[in-house]
Ligand binder design. Structure first.
Ligand code: 3HC
Length: 310
């Protein structure tokens, strides 16, 4: 075994982080570029469904909280793009891969946000699922990715709590408001379970990602963690999880739940979800509209460097 690979193995064994200047298998690098880029794209595209409701928030307080959350997501995206850049890709390359459909973002953001209750359901369920996954990623073997998760997880906790607070307010409101919360749960429950990816038996990357300690817990085990955490929260709200098979299994000490519609999942992943087209067209449009800002920033930076060099 070459020195580089031996040191890579030794670092993994010792639960130490692989850093950008360390030797790493090319497959390790490519898997991280794929996953970190997809994670970053998800954060940025994920700003659209919630941004859609900033101008329609019911109070100034809710508007301020939602604006702060959407701004956080932008920051998470930039953080993660920076982590991806340590692996030798540029931001422009990643943007082009997203805009041309050669890189993905999470399926969850291809569903429409039809009511204010969706802001609650997204914070509670989508950010709750993201936290479940991201807490695990804090133990990822790649240093820049694991360290990015520390700040992101702290901010996601605020996102999850503000979403749950919206749901609580609606559930303690009028019958119509509680019905709006139940409708949002009905529409966001199953797509949130899909966020964790296919079953372990169908997962393309899990076995290798677990061996490389990129993934520390399997898709199905994370999904189970999320269900076990979230069902009691739905009970407290007085809402019904839209799964007739959902039941506490005393022997397993977990909730049993029904089958996921993987046809729906793969259809959305392949671009046929309700909002795929709109999301990516919006992303391409704002990228083009923002070109002047990038050019101005680059020109300013160049002038400052020249001034410093003079
Ligand atoms: N949406 C889109 N594609 C998905 C997916 C999803 N929810 N789940 C899996 N896939 C894709 C994978 O990308 C892979 O396709 P590819 O080979 O073309 O990339 C294929 O399905 C097989 O899935 P695997 O389980 O083999 O793939 P991974 O090992 O990458 O596991 C994952 C999938 C668990 C999502 C993993 O990529 C991961 O942990 N990613 C980082 C976390 C992340 O991206 N979260 C997205 C949400 S971020 C967010 O919610 C923001 C919050 O602030 C709201």
């Amino acid at each position: 075994m070459e020195n580089g690979e031996a040191r890579f193995r030794a670092l993994l064994e010792a639960e130490e982080k692989i850093e950008p200047t360390d030797w790493m298998p090319e497959g390790y690098r490519q898997t991280l570029i794929r996953q970190i880029a997809q994670h970053a794209h998800s954060e940025i595209i994920g700003m659209q469904p919630e941004g859609n409701w900033i101008s329609r928030a019911p109070t100034l307080r809710r508007k301020a909280i939602l604006m702060a959350k959407v701004q956080d997501e932008a920051g998470h995206g930039l953080y993660l793009y920076s982590a991806a850049e340590t692996l030798g890709v540029t931001r422009d390359q990643l943007m082009d891969l997203l805009h041309t459909g050669r890189q993905k973002y999470s399926s969850i953001f291809n569903y429409p946000t039809l009511s204010w209750a969706d802001m609650g359901a997204i914070g509670w369920l989508v950010d709750g699922a993201a936290i479940t996954n991201q807490v695990m990623l804090k133990r990822c073997s790649y240093g820049p990715y694991a360290r990015a998760m520390v700040k992101i997880c702290l901010e996601e906790s605020f996102h999850q709590r503000q979403g749950y607070e919206i749901m609580l307010a609606l559930c303690r409101g009028s019958e119509e408001q509680k019905a709006m919360a139940q409708d949002a749960l009905n529409r966001w429950w199953w797509p949130s379970l899909m966020m964790f990816g296919p079953h372990d038996s169908e997962s393309t990357h899990s076995e290798q990602s677990i061996e490389w300690k990129i993934k520390r817990v399997s898709n199905d085990d994370l999904r189970q963690q999320f269900v076990d955490m979230t069902v009691p929260q739905a009970d407290y709200l007085g809402l019904v999880v839209p799964d007739p098979s959902l039941a506490w299994n005393e022997d397993r000490q977990h909730y049993d739940f029904g089958p996921i519609d993987w046809d729906e999942f793969w259809s959305v992943v392949k671009g046929h979800g309700p909002m795929n087209q709109e999301r990516i067209e919006h992303k391409r449009r704002v990228w083009d509209e923002g070109a002047w800002v990038r050019e101005a920033a680059a020109a300013f930076g160049e002038r400052e460097r020249n001034r410093g060099a003079a």
